[in-house]
Design a protein around this ligand. Sequence first.
Ligand SMILES: NC(=O)C1=CN([C@@H]2O[C@H](COP(=O)(O)OP(=O)(O)OC[C@H]3O[C@@H](n4cnc5c(N)ncnc54)[C@H](OP(=O)(O)O)[C@@H]3O)[C@@H](O)[C@H]2O)C=CC1
Ligand SMILES: O=C(O)[C@@H]1CCC=N1
Length: 273
Amino acid sequence: MSQTKITFIGAGNMASSIIGGLVKKGYSAGQITATDTHQPTLDKVADSFPVVTTADNAAAAVRSNVIVLAVKPQVMEQVCTALKPHLAHKPMIISIAAGIDIRSLDTWLGNDLAIVRCMPNTPALVQTGASGLYANERTSDAQKAIANDIMEAVGIVQWTASEDLIDSVIAVSGSGPAYYFLMMEAMIDAGVAQGLSRENATQLTLQTALGAAKLAQDSDVDVVELRRRVSSPNGTTEKAIQSFENDNLREIVARAMQTCAERSKEMAKELGA
Ligand SMILES: NC(=O)C1=CN([C@@H]2O[C@H](COP(=O)(O)OP(=O)(O)OC[C@H]3O[C@@H](n4cnc5c(N)ncnc54)[C@H](OP(=O)(O)O)[C@@H]3O)[C@@H](O)[C@H]2O)C=CC1
Ligand SMILES: O=C(O)[C@@H]1CCC=N1
């Protein structure tokens, strides 16, 4: 991927996480440019990574064969429309915005580009991200391999069979870290309510989350079997799991994820072309 020249339009949280991963992976300073409208954001990126920074989106775009759109969905139309006259060299576009579909990007950017929709998540910050990707029909296999390489710099990559499924990726992994943080918050508070110090409850909760995820990833049995292995017959875990099941935890989770995916579809209508 040494010929790849990448411009990140928007150098905020997600872009700087991905840039950090690329630098660690060995992408050179000359390969990465980050743009932003906010000078302190550009200064922070320039101080952290050996990359080129500029406030000039168009100038950066013309010298790149990959453009990562990493601005908020609400400014995507304005950003894309301004970029359109500077894309004659046909760079691949990777958009990480929630709720902005390829049809809208096509309309704003000029209808003839390779576009990859990507949904990363914030654990990308610690190179433990999970990204879902979908490419339009104009994206070549070589371009897909580049997109894959870029996102693998910050975690795992899963390709979806259709663009619609990106909404489900948002529901599972894009927004998913927040569900686990909520669960951790609830477990810490419940531990404190039972008498543990906040320090004890916090450390035990975080390590348990990390250990459970690592065990599930490393194990050759599925999560159902791993849960069974914690639950001794008539023991303590069984009681807790029964309580969750009686309170319809599965329905609660499914409803939250449904409403998440629906919000992405709504955003596509509100903000799209
Ligand atoms: N946060 C998350 O968990 C996830 C976010 N995403 C998606 O990633 C995208 C970026 O999110 P995030 O990194 O959290 O957002 P940030 O606000 O941290 O970053 C966006 C950056 O873009 C800058 N910007 C605004 N307008 C322009 C412009 N015209 N040209 C260049 N830069 C501009 C913003 O500056 P300023 O602040 O001055 O406006 C800001 O620094 C969003 O579309 C979001 O949907 C995807 C997956 C997960
Ligand atoms: O909440 C959001 O809209 C963004 C997209 C996925 C995670 N954060």
